[in-house]
Design a protein around this ligand. Sequence first.
Ligand code: ADP
Ligand code: ADP
Length: 232
Amino acid sequence: DTAVSLSNVRKTYRIGEPVHALDGVSLEVPQGSYTAIMGPSGSGKSTLMNLVGCLDTPTEGTVVVGGREVGALGDRERTRLRGTEVGFVFQTFNLMPRLNAVENVALPQLFQNVGRSERRERARALLERVGLADRADHQPNELSGGQRQRVALARALVNDPAIVLADEPSGNLDTDTEADILDLFDEFHGGGTTMLVVTHERHVAERADRIVHLLDGKIERIEDLEGSSESR
Ligand code: ADP
Ligand code: ADP
């Protein structure tokens, strides 16, 4: 099964001279796979993540997430799809400062048809899985960077999404803490979660099954880390 599929995707920004941020990108992300995206600044990584994250629609071509074509949906439907099919992990964590860890993790379920006690129970279970059961009542400013990122990872997983998108997830962490977070990614990936990670760090990318190298809005090559490198 395919978690995400891009076919001949072009994304053009028209401010003055048109810029093709993505220019003919086709990519299949199989369910349960682990893909890293690398490429220099301006190569289209953010644009790709925004499309897969249902934050934006392509200018041409199709993006299919969780079986739905993103470009064919209205804003409300796209927001719903994002809420259920995509979990986000950011370099800056993006936690709500006034909410404690359980409340932060439970947040994405607010827009689902899930009762309050079930939301809390599920949030606590995920905090346990990331090793933070004893910090459930702490607010983000009472947690270390690595603990905040673990809260963010638990939140990303709370709706059982088709795919977790991580944008430089360890960019703000020291080496040991980074390793802990990447180990958790491995663990959830081992449990069947589809991972898509943007990174500038080769050693972070090497946790994945394959590395997609972007250059000037195109896929320059796909590096299969379990076999030999293939080009396109
Ligand atoms: P965005 O995703 O917002 O377009 P970039 O992809 O350019 O931004 O950069 C994401 C983060 O990585 C930023 O914190 C930026 O400072 C850093 N960064 C950008 N380019 C490089 C690079 N070549 N090597 C290391 N870090 C980089
Ligand atoms: P990356 O994340 O790899 O740094 P981006 O996807 O952010 O690359 O950008 C790809 C290209 O699209 C760049 O030339 C960038 O300047 C342009 N771009 C990105 N977002 C916008 C926007 N909202 N408006 C105009 N141009 C944009």
